[in-house]
Design a protein around this ligand. Structure first.
Ligand code: 13P
Ligand code: ZN
Ligand code: NA
Length: 283
């Protein structure tokens, strides 16, 4: 069965590793990350943004995730990533999602709390875990775009208040990562992360982990991150491999042929990210 992220994140927190949350878009990408997790005996969070839910259909996503979960004893969660619309979140929980991020990080503090509370009140009735964000990540995640001027780091003091007031199960922190690729090497505010960890006792989530050097991701995990979100680093090699295939085979039309190199390229990077998270052989 599809699980919430409750147990898997608490185990990761206790044992000081992180569960990878990989963004998928369709059956092929879901198969790749599930196979990688199964091969390496890693817990897995399958993540879908609002535009993925719209593209792939929530019932298809749940059915595919259930099929994946049936094939293994490893914990697999299916998670709503960066959702802003509460009606959509409720509909996806009704459809079988058991983990949701309500991203009201654009709103002022009190409004953010009110929106998140509405989601936790509903989600917890269905044993669904809730992630929320305080602070704002710069960059673009599908249709969600935040420019530099609007970005803000998480305030540790407010974070503690936010967790208490909302009843969330995990907290996404803004400490210098960004969605997508970076211009140089990202500067992460590890002191801030330490401070947040000292004041907040629930699992902490790192967004924007693509293009962050492995050592920095591992340092963030050592300082308390227990969920690492990766989208872009999986998407690019998939697309590049498919492009390369079409360049070499311009008349190709069989999806089973042209999707396969994409899947293989993505599988390698998924396995690598699992190792960086330290989630290999935890079950
Ligand atoms: P990246 O695209 O930088 O990996 O960010 C992923 C993310 O935060 C998904 O929520
Ligand atoms: Zn994100
Ligand atoms: Na990134």
């Amino acid at each position: 069965t599809i699980l919430s992220t409750r147990e898997m994140l608490l185990k990761a927190q206790n044992e000081h590793y992180a569960v990878p949350a990989f963004n998928i878009h369709n059956m092929e990408t879901m198969q790749v990350i599930v196979d990688a997790a199964v091969q390496l005996r890693s817990p897995l969070i399958i993540a879908a943004t609002p535009s993925t839910v719209q593209y792939a259909d929530r019932d298809y996503l749940v059915a595919m995730a259930q099929t994946a979960a049936k094939q293994t004893d490893l914990p697999i969660a299916v998670h709503l990533d960066h959702h802003e619309n509460i009606t959509d979140i409720k509909a996806s929980i009704d459809a079988g999602f058991r983990s949701a991020m309500i991203d009201a990080s654009r709103e002022p503090f009190e409004k953010n709390i009110a929106l998140v509370r509405e989601v936790t009140a509903y989600a917890h009735r269905y044993d669904t875990t809730v992630e929320a964000e305080l602070g704002k990540l710069v960059g673009q995640e599908d249709d969600l775009i935040v420019d530099e001027a609007a970005s803000a780091y998480t305030d540790p003091e407010l974070a503690a208040e936010f967790v208490l007031a909302t009843g969330i199960d995990s907290l996404a922190v803004a400490i210098g990562t960004a969605h997508g690729l970076y211009k140089g090497v990202p500067k992460l505010d590890f002191d801030r992360l330490k401070d947040i960890r000292a004041k907040v006792d629930i699992p902490l989530v790192l967004h924007g982990a693509s293009d962050v050097p492995d050592e920095l991701v591992q340092k963030a995990i050592a300082l308390g991150i227990c969920k690492v979100n990766v989208a872009t680093d999986l998407k690019i090699p998939f697309a590049d491999a498919v492009k390369k295939f079409f360049t070499a085979n311009p008349s190709a039309s069989d999806p089973r042929k042209y999707m396969t190199p994409g899947k293989e390229a993505m599988a390698k990077i998924a396995a690598h990210k699992i190792k960086v998270c330290g989630s290999e052989n935890r079950y």
